[in-house]
Design a protein around this ligand. Structure first.
Ligand SMILES: [Zn+2]
Length: 295
């Protein structure tokens, strides 16, 4: 396996330039990714390998906002053991011991030190693992040393009080150093953190999971995160087995996809190995991607 490509996909959103950065590949069990959906249905959309795993990405979004660079999610970082990365099929190695995320930031013409704001959809290791990095001396440091970081306060509490089911996803070295450095802003509920950058609680995957709605000059993009991890998860009941509250996910999807279709949002798919984003529509039976407009 190699890391999914391309590393960088760039487009405009209103007056901003936005970059989808493929921060690495991941291989997860197809059954777990599709919950109660039977394999004969899901494997038509994403075929599985001999170990029943499907290829996935870990896409982050870098927004050239007027106020500064905004990064949404940070991939899986470089701090875990080789064995850990093998279990999850994570391939995200980048230049200089860092990750594909930093490579992507540079390919977009920027430097990690230029990032102004990091937004975490939630604190699972494949979304917040790149908040910090382990340097050559073994020390854990902030990957974006000049940024503020923001996450829902409830998600932080949830991450700090794990149980037997949730503990495998939450590693304090991904967020405790950010709090200790007084760089972490904990917000409660819906919030516009910068003009046109709105955090919207989208519970289900975790109780305080959030998505990010970006709006510039009347154009909107919706970073769904684990609410709709790939384009194959657009149909309402196609919900991951990982979700702690799948029936809450169902109602959140129903509400947000109705808005996405009605308001013409570009939906960003964080875990899709191939499709970075697309517009969505309901065809009378279920939600799906609208065919891309001819160039
Ligand atoms: Zn995820």
């Amino acid at each position: 396996m190699t890391q999914p490509l391309p590393l960088l996909e760039t487009r405009t959103l209103g007056r901003w330039t936005v970059h989808a950065i493929q921060a690495g590949g991941q291989q997860l069990d197809g059954g777990a990714m599709f919950g109660v959906v039977p394999k004969p249905l899901w494997e038509r959309r994403i075929p599985a390998d001999a170990r029943n795993r499907i290829p996935m990405g870990m896409r982050c979004l870098l927004v050239e906002h007027d106020a500064g660079l905004v990064l949404v999610d940070s991939g899986a970082g470089n701090k875990e053991t080789q064995k850990f990365y093998e279990i999850y099929g994570i391939e995200n190695a980048g230049a200089g011991g860092r990750t594909a995320l930093e490579d992507g930031v540079r390919a977009a013409g920027h430097d990690p030190a230029d990032v102004f704001l990091v937004i975490n959809s939630h604190l699972h290791f494949d979304h917040a693992g790149g908040n910090t990095f382990r340097d050559a001396g073994g020390e854990v440091r902030l990957a974006f040393p000049n940024a503020r970081y923001v996450v829902q306060a409830g998600e932080y509490r949830y991450a700090m009080h794990t149980n037997e089911r949730t503990a495998a996803s939450y590693f304090p070295h991904n967020y405790e150093p950010v709090l200790a450095a007084a760089r972490l802003d904990l917000v409660e509920g819906e919030r516009e953190v910068l003009p046109g950058v709105r955090l919207i609680p989208t519970p289900g995957h975790t109780p305080h999971h959030q998505s990010i709605l970006l709006t510039s000059d009347g154009e909107s993009a919706f970073f769904a995160a684990d609410l709709i991890p790939t384009h194959a998860h657009l149909p309402l009941p196609w919900i991951m087995g990982y979700d702690v509250e799948p029936l809450v996910t169902l109602e959140t999807k129903r509400r947000m996809l109705a808005r996405a279709a009605a308001e013409g949002w570009l939906v960003v798919f964080e875990h899709d190995a191939h499709v970075a984003w697309g517009h969505v529509a309901h065809d009378g039976k279920s939600y799906g991607l609208l065919a891309p407009a001819a160039p």
